[in-house]
Ligand binder design. Structure first.
Ligand SMILES: [Zn+2]
Length: 202
């Protein structure tokens, strides 16, 4: 299979997920974040609140609010495998908003028990969503991918660093959570013989 064919297959898998989500959430919108005044305001608010620690909100993070997924301006140019994995993460948040409602989510996500430092509910919501990121990464790039030190460190940093306002500083608990997610990954598909490059997902 040539690179064009592979790319087309990845793109198709992303589109299939979008279609599935539109079936589950008929009012789903995927919107460019940079055009939203609200998100520009959040961006500036976060920069101030985290004393400059979080400056990537507009360019580096996709954000779900209610039934809308706000994406970065370069979304359509990103690798379809990355878009697929991110969308699976955001789908978890769509379901959380459906379950807890928008005001409920906003309150729990932003304020309980603290907006910064120890944000129990935000950490729970993000653990559920990052578990899905990890599962998606294993499906797309192969089961070894989320076991790589770099990937693991990146995910754990989301909880302990400024990106989400230092939402869960308990390193040991995070390490155990991550190991638990890895242990629950579905077993790898029987190897189809050694192939070049990263394992293809299905
Ligand atoms: Zn998230």
């Amino acid at each position: 299979m040539g690179p064009d064919e592979r790319h087309a297959r990845h793109e198709r898998r992303y589109q299939e997920l979008v279609d599935e989500l539109r079936g589950e959430f008929p009012r789903l919108r995927i919107v460019n974040k940079a055009t939203s005044r609200l998100h520009r305001a959040i961006h500036h608010g976060l920069r101030v609140l985290t004393l400059g620690g979080m400056t990537a909100y507009l360019d580096g993070y996709q954000t779900t609010i209610g039934r809308t997924i706000y994406v970065t301006a370069d979304w359509d140019d990103r690798d379809p495998r990355e878009r697929y994995c991110t969308l699976r993460h955001e789908a978890v948040h769509l379901r959380q908003f459906r379950r807890f409602t928008l005001p409920g989510m906003a309150f729990l996500y932003l304020f309980l028990p603290l907006p910064l430092g120890v944000a129990y509910f935000r950490a729970r919501f993000e653990m559920a969503a990052y578990e899905e990121s990890i599962r998606a990464a294993a499906a797309v790039y192969g089961p070894e991918h989320p076991r790589r030190a770099g990937y693991r460190a990146h995910v754990l940093r989301q909880f302990t660093g400024p990106s989400y306002g230092w939402m869960w500083p308990f390193r040991g608990a995070l390490e155990r959570w991550y190991d638990g997610v890895l242990a629950r990954l579905p077993p790898a598909a029987p190897a189809a013989g050694p192939g070049p490059g990263p394992t293809e997902g299905r």
